[in-house]
Design a binder for this molecule. Structure first.
Ligand SMILES: Nc1ncnc2c1ncn2[C@@H]1O[C@H](COP(=O)(O)OP(=O)(O)OP(=O)(O)O)[C@@H](O)[C@H]1O
Length: 292
């Protein structure tokens, strides 16, 4: 049966008027975001604002309560997700819990080809394993082949999941906090490898989630910044914000990263005066003045 794409061919991801509620609480609302093929995006915002919630939708793991999510021309909820899930590469903490504890990390990477976890029933060729090993080398974890997933440190598991996310040469790669648990050396290796990937001119769309400016790789030049509803918009929602629940998260800026990451905006979303610096392609933020 032929399938009419739900969006223009150059659009990888489109969220339209998305709201997500959990147990009566509005977690995110008014989310609009369009990501084109070949673009590298950072999804940035403070803890608990709803970044992972949006990522789960972008990766077909969660449906919006309202609004629409279009992924690679498929409207979420209208098309069987298993028909296109292997075109999306995801690395996230939630996913890391899906593997059988004794799974070989090499298999955890290679099973991305069939969008499964656990190797049984599937067979993969030598070429597949060679690609998996190549990715593991690139991210400094080739030595983990033959080990067991449950024994990995957090930083090792994170890197294995990045390799897995890239294994199937996905059209959309989604990396949720890809430097979680990494020591300084590991972080710099991963940020460097992601910068290289970001600089490659291909049609893959990439979305990287972080709440730390230091972890934005070079080449990621678009940003969606999340903050909480404020002013009139918040008041319009007040009747729906129960008890001490924080105001819903939303996207307060989308576009060019260079212009989006202003001190004013970053200070506002974290609720304290911050100095933001951009030097040699990398970003950093800290409280107070750089000239003290
Ligand atoms: N299963 C759940 N049940 C109830 N509330 C949840 C659940 N999962 C997440 N939440 C709430 O939804 C809000 C958004 O969470 P989410 O994980 O999307 O934020 P985040 O921006 O990714 O945060 P972080 O940077 O800390 O990972 C939080 O207040 C969280 O407590």
């Amino acid at each position: 049966m032929s399938h009419t794409p739900s969006t223009a061919p150059d659009i990888a991801l489109k969220l339209t008027d998305v709201e997500f509620r959990r147990q009566g609480r509005v977690i995110v609302t008014g989310v609009n975001l369009t990501i084109r093929r070949g673009e590298r995006w950072v999804l940035f915002g403070p803890n608990g604002i709803g970044k992972s919630t949006l990522i789960q939708m972008m990766a077909t793991r969660l449906h919006p309560s309202d609004g629409t999510v279009d992924i690679l021309g498929n409207r979420l909820g209208k098309v069987d997700v298993f028909s296109y899930r292997n075109r999306i590469g995801l690395s996230s903490a939630e996913l890391s819990r899906a593997f059988p504890p004794d799974e070989d990390p090499l298999d955890a990477v290679v099973t991305a080809l069939t969008a499964t976890t656990g190797k049984w029933r599937d067979t993969y060729g030598e070429e597949d394993y060679a690609r998996a090993r190549g990715l593991m080398r690139r991210f400094g974890v080739e030595y983990l082949a033959g080990k067991q997933m449950w024994k990995l440190s957090e930083g090792e598991r994170t890197r294995i999941l990045i390799c897995r996310a890239l294994m199937a040469d996905p059209e959309l790669a989604i990396l949720d906090e890809p430097t979680t648990g990494l020591d300084l050396g590991g972080r710099e290796l991963v940020v460097g490898a992601l910068s290289e990937l970001g600089a490659e001119s291909d049609e893959r769309a990439m979305v990287l989630v972080t709440h730390r400016l230091e972890e934005i790789p070079e080449g990621f030049d678009h940003i969606a910044i999340m903050g909480r509803l404020s002013g009139d918009e918040r008041q319009a929602h007040e009747t729906r914000v129960k008890g001490g629940d924080p105001a819903p998260g939303t996207i307060i800026y989308t576009g060019d990263l260079e212009h989006g990451l202003t001190e004013e905006r970053v200070s506002a979303i974290f609720g304290l005066p911050l100095t933001v610096e951009h030097r040699d392609g990398r970003w950093q933020a800290f409280a107070g003045s750089a000239h003290r």
